[in-house]
Design a protein around this ligand. Structure first.
Ligand code: NAD
Ligand code: UD1
Length: 336
């Protein structure tokens, strides 16, 4: 059985759908601090079978021990954590506690339960202000915010653990910009409050919840002046986890850091145009000042994941926009 901590969240639900579809048995574990039980119900209607979901906190040794006592877990995918960059700056203790303490408590419980395979949700944010693109895994790790530092700390903890306990198999997956939704429109991204990220902002403008998009910066040294990112369809990302899981279940007893991205840069204005085309909705926008802390351009070199995990992204920007729109149109208020 595969344990997905934070399994009721955006990436967890999509990964669970792919894993169950591939014949894996999964158990989700979540404290619902940023997700809703309805998401799990929707997952069950996609998979056509019950998916166990345990409510609890990764920071609780008791909760974790009970879970490992109850379920025969063979590998863990560790999604649970907090991810809002701005919030991390104003609530650093909460971020270090959830992301770093949470990971430590989970790892100690895994050690007690003799489970030694883990896939960790890292982030491209740990590359910080990388000065060249595409970014390979060997690039300097220099996160520029609290959230990024929590991710790098957990990577460092896992590297140290692997030195001390080389029997572990550990994948550090560095996600670029996950967007889109399951094509059925039953699950998708449901940020609380006003979205910080581009795609959910765009879909909420399209559905009329927000009036217009602010494009942060029109004077970057990029082809059209707006920021460039590596958007990856969440179903591709989910399949990347499946590939990493297959790798871990072969017991390579290795620690592997891999980018999950498409290797393609896309600007804010390109994304807006692609979304308008896919949805048939006009997205009113205004170019405003740059957002503090943003880089001009950031995209991945995804070749290591192809070589080591046999995985690469296959879905297009059009697929990402169509599926994000399909989700938002069918669920204008998300899971509420
Ligand atoms: P999400 O917020 O939708 O999912 C995270 C889940 O973890 C939520 O369901 C939340 O309730 C749960 N959770 C948080 N703290 C917990 C705790 N202490 N105990 C138990 N459950 C807890 O976020 P997501 O987009 O699905 O991201 C999943 C992981 O991937 C996170 O670790 C995030 O930092 C990382 N990541 C996300 C992105 C992105 O753009 N979405 C990019 C890079 C990395
Ligand atoms: C942000 C985080 C990153 C995190 C990622 C998760 C920052 C600085 N970085 O990445 O650490 O891993 O989210 O997905 O917050 N944009 C607009 N208008 C908007 C929103 C965004 O123009 O309303 C632009 C941004 O300036 C950027 C692009 O859209 O050029 C993508 O932004 P976003 O979705 O927030 O992702 P990142 O900033 O890449």
């Amino acid at each position: 059985m595969i344990l997905l901590t934070g399994g009721a969240g955006f990436i967890g639900l999509h990964t669970a759908a792919v894993l169950v579809g591939a014949g894996h048995q999964v158990v989700l574990f979540d404290n619902f601090s940023n997700s809703k039980p309805l998401g799990v119900k929707r997952l069950e209607s996609i998979t056509g079978r019950a998916v166990p979901c345990v409510e609890g906190d990764v920071r609780s040794s008791q909760d974790m021990d009970r879970l490992f006592d109850q379920y025969p877990v063979s590998a863990v995918i560790h999604f649970a954590g907090l991810k809002a960059v701005g919030e991390g700056e104003t609530q650093p203790l909460r971020y270090y506690d959830n992301n770093v303490t949470g990971s430590l408590v989970l790892l100690a419980a895994m050690q007690r339960a003799e489970v030694r395979r883990i896939i960790f949700s890292s982030s491209a944010t740990i590359y910080g202000n990388s000065d060249s693109n595409p970014i390979p895994e060997t690039a300097a790790l220099q996160p520029a915010n609290v959230y990024g530092r929590t991710k790098l700390m957990v990577e460092d903890i896992l590297r140290d653990l692997h030195v001390a306990a080389p029997g572990w198999s550990i994948a550090l997956l560095r996600y670029f910009n996950p967007v889109g939704a399951h094509p059925g429109g039953l699950i998708g991204e449901d940020p609380s409050g006003i979205p910080n990220n581009l795609m959910p902002f765009v879909t909420q403008v399209a559905v009329g919840r927000l009036a217009e998009l602010q494009v942060f910066g029109g004077d970057y040294p990029t082809p059209d002046g707006s920021g460039v990112r590596d958007y990856i369809h969440v179903m591709d990302l989910a399949e990347g986890h499946r590939a990493a899981l297959d790798w871990a279940l072969r017991d390579p007893q290795e620690i592997l850091a891999a980018n999950l991205g498409t290797g393609q840069g896309c600007s804010v204005l390109e994304l807006v145009r692609a979304f308008e085309k896919a949805s048939g909705q006009a997205i009113p926008y205004r170019i405003v000042a740059r957002r503090a802390g943003d880089v001009a351009a950031c995209w991945s070199d995804p070749s290591l994941a192809a070589a080591r995990l046999g995985w690469n992204a296959t879905r297009s920007l059009e697929d990402m926009c169509r599926d994000a729109w399909n989700w938002q149109r069918n669920n204008p208020q998300g899971f509420a």
